[in-house]
Ligand binder design. Structure first.
Ligand code: UFG
Length: 343
């Protein structure tokens, strides 16, 4: 019995693969390498290069590896891009996910764990936000994910398919053992950008908005460490295998930091006072969003280990330095000599 990880060559997926291997699971990765990296997949893990919307390829992969569970990470994730290219997002994140779910049902895959997002809540009325709050996504990205949540609910009602939907808040940091991290040079995420500024890999950074109704005027987010997030997926997998009911959980620490606080921590940890330009608000940013996490803790038994912003920033800094040492921060070109060839 094997676990199929779509997007396993990407940021969160590559941490999930490590988590699964440490738990002694058999794993196969399906990734089209559009944003992931071949070298991010350990040599012991088969990598199928292709699209999760390719019905024939997925069906063949599910059969060949005797797949029992799917953890579906592969997606387009840049919120502003989803505003300019909504149909691209609905094709990739929604329509292709429908194909993947159908293949899962037709092939008798029992468990499906889905990467959803806090973006399904939009700008929540209450924080921490609970799973049963109204769902009002502000972007095509959020809607493209929410539609998959609905498809999974309906498919699970009709078929022998069991799901866990995990709504991620702001994923950050890197593998504490230094084996994986966020490798996309063009990433737009706050901690990645600030770390690049601290290391001089970019001239500085912009801070989008200081006039929000938050304690210091900048946006507040709940930054969850990526290995803690991968561990939540393992907990969800064990739960489903034990016969747990279909479930939707927030993934976050139930407390947040403002953008200004994050920048201060990056400056403190790096020892570099990099330039920060105060700019206007970025379209579609909610003022504050923090995860209610009672459910994931009580039902899945999730116990976070890295709820420490300084540690998260340190991990991100180390990974960025590692990428840089390898010769490029965008690494299709990272030296294959150091990296086991993919299968
Ligand atoms: N920010 C800056 N400057 C930057 C980058 C970000 O000031 O260079 C600010 C943003 O305006 C925002 C905060 O930092 O206030 C966090 O921004 P990110 O881009 O790091 O993350 P988001 O909160 O926009 O989005 C993240 C995920 C989405 C997910 C969303 C759910 O990237 O996939 O959380 O809340 F949908």
């Amino acid at each position: 019995m094997t676990v199929l990880v779509t997007g396993g060559a990407g940021y969160i997926g590559s941490h999930m693969v490590l988590e699964l291997l440490e738990a002694g699971e058999k794993v196969v990765v399906l990734d089209n390498l559009s944003t992931g990296f071949r070298w991010a997949v350990p040599a012991s893990v088969p990598l199928v290069v292709g699209d999760f919307g390719d019905e024939d390829l997925v069906t063949e992969t599910l059969a060949r590896y005797d797949v029992e569970s799917i953890v579906h990470f592969a997606a387009k994730i840049v919120v502003p891009d989803s505003v300019t290219d909504p149909l691209g997002y609905y094709l990739n994140n929604t329509a292709k996910a429908r194909t993947l779910i159908e293949c899962a049902v037709d092939s008798g895959v029992r468990n499906f764990i889905f990467s959803s997002t806090a973006a399904v809540y939009g700008d929540p009325q209450h924080n921490p936000v609970m799973e049963d709050e109204p769902l009002k996504p502000l972007s095509p990205y959020g809607r493209s994910k929410l539609m998959v949540e609905w498809m999974l609910q309906d498919a699970a009602n009709a078929h022998d398919l069991h799901y866990a939907v995990l709504r991620y808040f702001n994923v950050a940091g890197a593998d504490p053992k230094g084996r994986a991290g966020q490798s996309t040079a063009q990433a737009t995420h706050l901690i990645k950008v600030a770390v690049q500024a601290a290391l001089g890999h970019r001239p500085g950074m912009e801070l989008f908005g200081t006039d929000y109704a938050t304690p210091d005027g900048s946006c507040v987010r709940d930054y969850i460490q990526v290995s803690d997030l991968a561990a939540a997926h393992m907990d969800a997998l064990r739960y489903l295998r034990a016969g747990g009911e279909n479930i939707t959980c927030n993934c976050g620490y139930a407390h947040g930091y403002s953008v200004l606080e994050v920048i201060d921590v990056v400056k403190k940890v790096s020892g570099v006072d990099f330039p920060v330009k105060i700019s206007g608000r970025r379209a579609g940013d909610p003022a504050a969003i923090v995860a209610g996490n009672d459910k994931i803790k009580s039902v899945l038994g999730w116990t976070p280990k890295y709820d420490d912003l300084e540690q998260i920033v340190r991990q991100a800094l180390h990974w960025e330095q590692h990428l840089h040492r390898m010769g490029t921060a965008n690494s299709a070109r990272i030296a294959p000599a150091k990296i086991a060839p993919a299968k």
